[in-house]
Write a protein that binds this ligand. Sequence first.
Ligand code: F6P
Length: 322
Amino acid sequence: MKNIAILCSGGDVSGMNAALKRFVEYALTNSLTPYMIYNGYEGLIDNKIDPAGYSDVSGIISIGGTKIRTSRSKRFREARYRRIAIENLKAREITGLVILGGDGSFKGMQKLSDEYEALHIMGIPSTIDNDIAGTEYCLGVDTALNTIRYAIDAIRDTASSFGRAFVIEVMGRECGYLALVSALTSGAEMCLIPEIKYDLSLYRDNLMKQKEEGREYFIAVVSEALKNSEETAQWFENELGVESRVTVLGHIQRGGTPTVNDRLMAFHFVTHAIDALIRKEASAVVCYSDNGFRLKKIEEVAFKTYRINEDLLKLGMEFNTK
Ligand code: F6P
């Protein structure tokens, strides 16, 4: 192994820049030449691949997003474009590749690995959604959760001042992880996610009782997957007689200074990825599970459905039984 490259694919997360920094510095420490691929798989096709040095990654650890940009590439799904990508890697004698992305990106990675056997690829789960099977943690999740916590704390100030109900819609695609953890850790009164069945008549009885006992405002955290934020706000007006507002947090959840945890996780993920490339391990995804980092086959990760941890789900179920 002489030349290795890194790319980011799919939704960006805070912590990707920390990963880039570790990638370049740890590669150089191990006498490898690091390359950066710009614009994700799109840049791999378009030959946007440059060698990188210390100056390319200095001063980026505290910045969200990704310096080398990202994309959701449609072209990479087509074999003819992947052939071009492979030629671009061969021209630079790149035989090791690190991919930061989600399960969509890992499906592309599987194809690339099947079609270019000499290439060793290590995936690093990176998505704020935390919805990748086989890993308990994806890079960027802690920063997103802290951004949401900050937003909900701020919304609580105005909710309590006016005596309103706020329905706060959070990202996560089809997965309710972000919504569930945010609802629990911000003391919300309601949490609606696809993984937990809920009964609004039960909520009505419980929240009405709280209102009668003096509760003046309500915080509801709702997963974007349910597409029912407006409807839920209307429910607060109709069923509880409380003025309500909807706040869709949106892309603010994807940016911002990475937390200490995400910086550290970026370092660990990349270190394990490069060590595996040096050992010439078969292409895999570096997962965090059972308190440690382990390599898992791409098909075990990209083609399986993530399930939220049972203990968390149990806590989430209490929202509807209080
Ligand atoms: O997968 C990350 C994510 O932020 C999801 O939570 C969200 O549904 C989606 O990406 C938004 O995608 P885009 O940035 O393309 O609008």
